[in-house]
Ligand binder design. Structure first.
Ligand code: HEC
Length: 178
């Protein structure tokens, strides 16, 4: 039994060291423009969801989804988020295929996580991905406004949808993909 435990432990250590050297010696492809691998899809993404679920404080959105808050959130989104997450005119953002992991394209696939979790991700960012920690740039009120916008972006009242189209069209010049 002792011999078996020792052999088992030694096996585990060898596998762990092997993985460490595999990473350290440069066998992980650093390119951002390769297709997402199975490890990314099956381990990293569910792990992010589980980690945010565990950590995000159970707070309630202090804002109502009024036209004023939705319009403010839309402007914040349009200024800061579209290059990666896309907008009503360009559902596939400029960097949609240029980051690893890929940024989710919210117009095609609306963010359906609870608002406290979206708030947490927006405030703190996501390590080793392109998602910045927006609390360095936006105040809490602005982060709640953009969070509120995210939860309603696929069911906006028609006048706000029209307003979004107009604002998205205004920035056309520099932000299209080649
Ligand atoms: C430079 C690119 C970039 C910008 C700009 C950016 N994001 Fe992200 N965002 C990402 C990436 C990449 C992910 C995916 C991270 C992952 O899966 O590990 C992400 C993930 C998210 C998520 C989590 C989605 C999910 O379903 O797990 C939310 C919410 C989010 N971003 C909101 C925003 C908001 C709001 C803004 C603007 C204030 C913004 N992002 C700006 C790159 C960006």
């Amino acid at each position: 039994m002792r011999k078996f435990s020792f052999g088992f432990l030694a096996g585990v250590v060898v596998i762990l060291l092997g993985a460490l050297f595999w990473v350290r010696l440069g066998f992980v492809n650093p390119r951002a423009d390769i297709p997402e691998g199975a490890l990314e899809k099956n381990i990293a993404m569910p792990s992010l969801d589980a980690s945010v679920d565990r950590r995000a404080p159970d707070v309630k959105n202090p804002l109502q989804p009024t036209d004023v808050n939705l319009a403010a959130g839309m402007k914040i989104y349009q200024t800061n988020c579209v290059s990666c997450h896309g907008d009503i005119r360009r559902p596939s953002g400029m960097f949609a295929e240029a980051l690893y992991p890929r940024p989710p394209q919210f117009v095609q696939d609306a963010p359906d996580m609870p608002e406290n979790q979206n708030f947490y991700i927006i405030e703190h960012g996501v390590r080793v991905s392109g998602m910045p920690a927006w609390k360095q740039v936006l105040n809490d009120q602005q982060v709640w406004q953009v969070t509120t916008f995210l939860s309603h972006m696929n069911k906006l009242p028609p006048d706000l949808s029209a307003q979004w189209k107009a604002v998205a069209g205004a920035g056309d010049s520099g932000s299209t993909r080649k």
